[in-house]
Ligand binder design. Structure first.
Ligand SMILES: [Fe+2]
Length: 351
């Protein structure tokens, strides 16, 4: 049953209107002024308020403002003594949903209230649907968030596993991939690349030599010079890594960067002989980080050469073998005191 509140300072009017409404099946109550009406509205819910405009203490217009704060969906019908268009416009502008002109006939009152009750019901149903929709939306977001975290965790596990597989077979490059990944991420950050690219280059770095698991271990750890055939067998790791990662459902840029990490800007690299404009941004970084880290570390066939030699190498061939912007960023990093980090960092891959 719809609840109606009638507000009028004239007792006879409010009693008559309440009687009309009760006889029509509504639950009707009356208030002698706006202050009483307001406290009644705060105590329990009403669907429609029928209020006079001019009343002592607080006017019907001020009561309307209070009603809107309590509940925007309560329908307010203003009662006015002046039957002009101007009065109607003013009533609606002040927030009324409808208006009645005095003297009020029973039929017009019931028709107007019936209409207001219908609108209130529709408005309540709409609000309920919106609340339900918001609830389901939140539930869905929480589920997606949970699944994303779980996928990220699985991916990190896969990356970690792949890193350790390579390093178990090739102890001389133990830590090399991790350091290359960390240096690549630091270069990308220095170049103001987006967070996503920083994570992608770090990940690509962590597994860039994964293709080496297809190369015989004795060749990987052989001290001294390699024969041309052995060199060819090692070179194939870039393409093999790309093939393996392509099947792992990781972001495409990771596989591409792995395939291109031995390319050179002048086209003298392998496996495709790409030039600078065809090498992807992630690989451009990986190429420089790989060379710098390799020169700084000990190898079976030579001792560590140190950071000065590494920076001299990339600086001397900047724009020829290595991308100039990447070389500048890398050199700037070390000039500012960067030292290569060995530990594995958390990664957040785009899914
Ligand atoms: Fe490599």
């Amino acid at each position: 049953m719809a609840r109606i509140l009638v507000v009028d300072d004239e007792k006879s009017i409010r009693l008559t209107l309440c009687e009309f409404l009760k006889n029509a099946g509504y639950e009707a109550e009356a208030a002698g002024d706006a202050v009483i009406a307001r406290s009644m509205l705060e105590e329990k819910p009403y669907d429609v308020v029928v209020t006079d405009i001019i009343m002592p203490r607080v006017s019907g217009i001020d009561l309307m403002a209070a009603i809107r704060k309590i509940s925007p969906s309560i329908q307010v019908i203003i009662m006015t003594g002046e039957p002009t268009v101007d009065t109607a416009v003013k009533a609606v502008q002040s927030g009324a949903n409808d208006y009645l002109t005095k003297p009020i006939s029973k039929d017009i009152l019931l028709k107007t209230v019936k209409n207001a009750v219908k609108i209130k019901k529709l408005s309540d149903e709409k609000e309920l649907l919106e609340q339900e929709s918001k609830y389901y939306q939140k539930q869905l977001e929480a589920l997606v968030d949970q699944r994303t975290r779980s996928l990220q965790k699985t991916m990190r596990g896969i990356i970690y596993l792949l890193t350790s597989v390579v390093e178990t077979r090739d102890p001389y490059t133990a830590g090399h991939q991790r350091r290359v990944g960390n240096l690549s991420a630091a270069i990308a950050e220095r170049m103001n690349m987006p967070r996503e690219t920083v994570d992608l280059v770090r990940t690509a770095g962590y597994i860039h030599d994964i293709g080496k698991i297809t190369v015989p271990a004795e060749i990987l750890s052989k001290p001294g010079r390699l024969s041309p055939l052995e060199m060819e067998m090692i070179k194939i790791h870039a393409h093999r890594g790309y093939e393996m990662i392509s099947k792992a459902n990781l972001p495409d840029q990771i596989g591409t960067a792995i395939r291109q990490h031995h390319e050179r800007a002048d086209g003298s690299g392998y496996p495709q002989g790409l030039t600078d404009d065809s090498i992807c941004p992630e690989a451009k970084i990986l190429i420089v980080a790989d060379v710098v880290e390799a020169m700084m570390s000990h190898r079976p066939y030579r001792p560590a050469l140190g950071i000065d030699a590494a920076l001299a190498e990339i600086g001397g061939k900047s724009g020829v073998l290595y991308n100039k912007d990447v070389v500048d960023a890398c050199t700037g990093l070390f000039r500012d005191g960067y030292s290569i980090e060995d530990e594995e960092k958390q990664i957040h891959l785009p899914l």
